[in-house]
Ligand binder design. Sequence first.
Ligand code: P6P
Length: 344
Amino acid sequence: MPTPSWKPPDASQIGVTLETFILEGMFEFPDARGTFTSLLNQICLAAKIITGRVRRAGLADVFGYTGETNVQGELVQKLDMIAHEALVQSLRRRGHCAALATEEAPDPILFEGATGNYLVVSDPLDGSSNIDVDISIGTIFGVMRYDKSRGPVDQSSFLVPGREYCAAGYVIYGSSTVLVLTMGKSVHGFTWDPTAGEFFLSHENIRCPSNGNMYSINEGNHCRWTPEVQKWNAYVKADDEKTRRPYKHRYVGSLVADAHRTLLKGGIFAYPPDTNNTNGKLRLLYEANPFAMILEAAGGKATDGQKPILDIAPTEIHQRVPLILGSVEDVDTYASFMRGEGPR
Ligand code: P6P
């Protein structure tokens, strides 16, 4: 990736918008022109629409519930549907996306007449239970190619391992709105500047530290974890200065917020299986896979406790999976406990 000879004094590189970055091939992705770039720009447009609605949720009567429940049996927040619709409309527009699978719809949404050979998976608004209390939420997405020779698109078209995704990203609506994107080789972050109406490069070539001193898990589930997870939990909380323990505990309860912090600062995020969620709680296609692609491209790791998330062959578009992600050393230590070999 060309390193600019001069950098502006401020954090963002004025002039390097997300579109420029893609068009100038800075993602080292040969296809990042034409339809692929246009598809990413449509996702970016949806992010702009959603961030506008999120930022004034309290003023625009979009707090609260629609009264419906989604395919997961979860109460649908008004903003969930607004985000879902923004994604559907922006992706339908250009015809590059053949179909979209999201958490808010039981079956994929097929875009009739689309000529493009891409599919998109998304959680349009992750963490929406935090909307009414102004805690960071986010949009998560993945892009995969669709092989037209395999016939008309349907659910089975989406059932490919995350290793085959050609792009993945998320938008975090936090103290600022940041869009983080990878095409598999590098990870970059773009911060929304409302005065310019653009995402500007602000986090160039994000790398996940090889280890950290924070762990992120819902401690309230302790009694429901397996003995192996409980032993790992005790390990990270034990007092041992030379291994940076006890780790600090940070848990927002919004995957995008917890995973974004772990990507930037290192450490580990874990949503393991428990007696309530025997396959974990998070969704493989549109939560775990996008973050796994991002963490691996940034030098981190993402597993189900043992094997890489990206190698899991999906059987159902809404299937859940245990998700352990973060610094390589911390994820490996967790895995050693799952094998019953954890350090003493
Ligand atoms: P729990 C939010 O509802 C979500 O889907 C993820 O964003 C988050 O990581 C997880 O659930 C939190 O679940 O059981 O800890 O409240």
